[in-house]
Ligand binder design. Structure first.
Ligand code: SF4
Length: 375
């Protein structure tokens, strides 16, 4: 079997303000960014003998667009110095519409960034305000236009739906406006609220609720239908691509148990049957690197059963589904024989189908993908 190339993820844990729904760890102390870049450059050296090459790089956060182009250049040059980066590598950066300009995008392209993921979230200013986003719908449009003018021809946009008071029409308007820019990739996430977030507290005090199962299903199906009618491939529960070649290569590594290295506070890595993750607190991360230590919080060795269950869970979230032959080679299990009764029932109820050696979810199956995996 051809050895799969690894992916590289860089976590940028800085945000100028906190969005009301966000439970990710991030800090506002942007004055620490130079120290953080220096630490990343040291951290990557720890992995020189463990990873040799990458064909995807993903700079996520947090808010990566708080980094200057010079800082990004500096880091990417270090990656190139120690690792083979495939000439066709997909190099993605997440950006916040409020931070960017044409000049910034032009300079990013020169640095080698060839894919952008713009956190639009909505084209409805009321929704953006409700979510506590820093940008406006006008800035979102300007960011997409500037990215195109700068020559980005692989553009992803992220949306959030299922927001209180949003209404299906507002959501469809946002989707339609998004489609009008013909982005190569669209991700749509239903709002979920961790009980530590300000928005969760607001929902509780106002007596609001997240959509019930029925409404969730309707929104999910309306989203899929709207984007499929516009020509997008619904290739994973939350992800749509205009063509096969625009599916996120980096995210597919997470879904296929392909090795990846995560750098920066709280970043996760995966290799063979081992998963490890870094300490989340930026100060601790910086101090440990300064002391010459790997800032790893913990390591987990996944058992054969855990790997097999994860492959099932992740595979059934993708349109391609589970490659049954590969599943048997990797996990030593004939899935169809092992789960015959339940798979037969799911096929009968049109939640999954068997096609060309793949067990794949139907659209109805994708809508309940997380429950499907409990088989
Ligand atoms: S910009 Fe992203 S990471 Fe930062 S607070 Fe908002 S949602 Fe969270």
């Amino acid at each position: 079997m051809k050895k799969e190339q690894a992916g590289l993820y860089i976590h940028v844990p800085f945000c100028l303000s906190k969005c009301g729904y966000c439970s990710f760890y991030s800090i506002k102390s942007v004055n620490l960014i130079p120290e953080y870049i220096a630490a990343l450059k040291k951290e990557i050296k720890f992995y020189r003998n463990i990873f040799s090459s990458f064909d995807t790089i993903y700079i996520g956060g947090g808010t990566p667009s708080l980094l200057s182009v010079r800082q990004i250049d500096d880091f990417i040059s270090t990656v190139n110095k120690y690792f083979d980066i495939n000439l066709q590598a997909e190099i993605t950066m997440e950006v916040n519409p409020g931070d960017v300009s044409l000049e910034y995008f032009q300079a990013l392209r020169k640095s080698g960034i060839n894919r952008l993921n713009i956190g639009i979230q909505s084209f409805d200013d009321r929704v953006l305000k409700f979510l506590g986003r820093r940008h406006s719908s006008k800035e979102a449009t300007a960011a997409i236009e500037a990215a195109r003018t700068a020559g980005f021809n692989n553009l992803g946009i992220d949306f959030i739906y299922g927001v209180h008071g949003m209404g299906i029409q507002s959501w469809k308007n946002t989707l339609r406006k998004g489609v009008s820019f013909a982005p190569e990739h669209i991700s749509c996430y239903q709002l979920s609220l961790d009980d530590s977030t300000p928005l969760y507290k607001k929902y509780s005090s106002e007596g609001w609720h997240l959509p019930d199962e029925n409404t969730e299903l309707k929104l999910f199906l309306a989203t899929a239908e709207e984007l499929e009618n516009a020509g997008y491939i619904h290739y994973e529960v939350s992800n749509f691509a205009r063509l096969d070649k625009f599916k996120s290569l980096h995210n597919q590594k997470y879904w296929h148990h392909t090795p990846y290295l995560g750098l920066g506070p709280a970043a996760h890595s995966f290799l063979d049957n081992k998963r490890w993750w870094n300490k989340a607190a930026v100060k601790t991360y910086l101090n440990e690197i300064a002391d010459g230590k790997m800032p790893v919080e913990d390591t987990e060795i996944l058992s054969a059963e855990q790997l097999q269950l994860e492959a099932l869970f992740l595979g059934l979230r993708t349109k391609a589904g589970i490659d049954l032959k590969l599943y048997k080679t990797r996990h030593g299990i004939d899935l169809l024989a092992d789960k015959k009764a339940i798979i037969d029932a799911l096929i009968k109820n049109k939640f999954v189908e068997l096609k060309n050696g793949f067990l794949r979810p139907t659209r109805a199956g994708m809508a309940i993908a997380d429950s499907l995996a409990l088989i």
